[in-house]
Design a protein. Structure first.
Length: 284
């Protein structure tokens, strides 16, 4: 199903100025994820865990693991999936145990490496980095299903990001000769439920609720995100408050937004990762 693009003023919830801010190094891959209790993000060979209830941060070395962390997603309770280019791991926040679930065969082909991960309940879904992107469905013990081109996407396309919400899979898909698009699919069959053309690449996004998906546009200097409402078939621009404090060597407060996460609990926070800062914004 296709939808007409409609750009309107967003008024249905408010994003306040930052409640707290954490200084960060320049993000490599900008991986970040949140549960109701924790925010986990990756810096150079370090996993940082912020505990919302204790307002404290701890760090875990990643120096002996395979490569850099390129994506993170919440699995359940106090466990997160950690993705590198060739491996994915289960990380327990309490014990700080990192258990490898699967490793790709060693070869020189970067096109066969992992790119993004997402999970819901016991379902884990991964996609690869190559054109004609393959999608895999996993449990913690085995690969259950695999979708290849053209079921995943066309051979001249690649999947930029994927996120699960129950049995709905959100995707951003890019093609060099056409505008990118956002899709919702039935996760068991890959049948398309919703599709919308985009005017810019969106390498990261999150689900806010059943019908709202928040996308990170890939361009510098504009402090905004894109909200797609699949019920209303609209795309709305969300202005993000500017930084109050400076966490950039050049004193630049208008740092590029790289990634976002949603911490939902008694208080809901939109967490925005910029070049050298991680900001917690109240959502009203």
């Amino acid at each position: 199903m296709s939808s007409e693009l409609e750009v309107t003023q967003f008024t249905k919830f408010r994003i306040d100025g930052e409640e707290k801010i954490i200084g960060s190094t320049m993000p490599l891959y900008a991986a970040i994820a949140a549960s109701p209790e924790y925010v986990i993000y990756y810096e150079n060979k370090i996993l940082s865990v912020y505990d919302q209830s204790q307002s404290c941060k701890k760090t875990i070395s990643w120096s002996e693991k395979d490569g850099h962390v390129i994506d993170i997603c919440w699995y359940n309770n106090k466990q997160f999936i950690i993705l590198t280019k060739r491996e994915f791991h289960l990380f327990n926040v309490d014990t700080e145990q990192i258990r490898m679930i699967h490793s790709l065969p060693k070869n020189d082909n970067d096109d066969s490496t992992y790119h993004r991960c997402t999970s819901h309940d016991e379902c884990i879904m991964l996609c690869f980095s190559c054109p004609g992107t393959t999608i895999e469905e996993w449990t913690l013990t085995k690969c259950k299903k695999r979708w290849r081109s053209p079921k995943s996407c066309r051979q001249d396309e690649h999947i930029c990001c994927l996120r699960l919400l129950s049995n709905i899979l959100g995707l951003t898909i890019a093609k060099s000769t056409q505008e990118p698009r956002f899709e919702l699919r039935q996760s068991e069959t890959m049948s398309v439920l919703f599709s919308m053309q985009l005017t810019c690449q969106c390498y990261r996004f999150i689900s806010m609720n059943d019908h709202n998906w928040l996308l990170v546009p890939y361009y510098y200097g504009r402090q905004e995100l894109l909200l797609i409402n699949t019920n209303e078939k609209t795309l709305k621009i969300i202005d993000i408050p500017l930084l109050i404090h400076t966490y950039d060597y050049n004193g630049n407060v208008n740092q590029m937004i790289w990634n976002v996460a949603l911490m939902s609990g008694n208080n809901s926070y939109l967490i925005v990762r910029r070049d050298r800062s991680i900001c917690f914004h109240n959502i009203k």
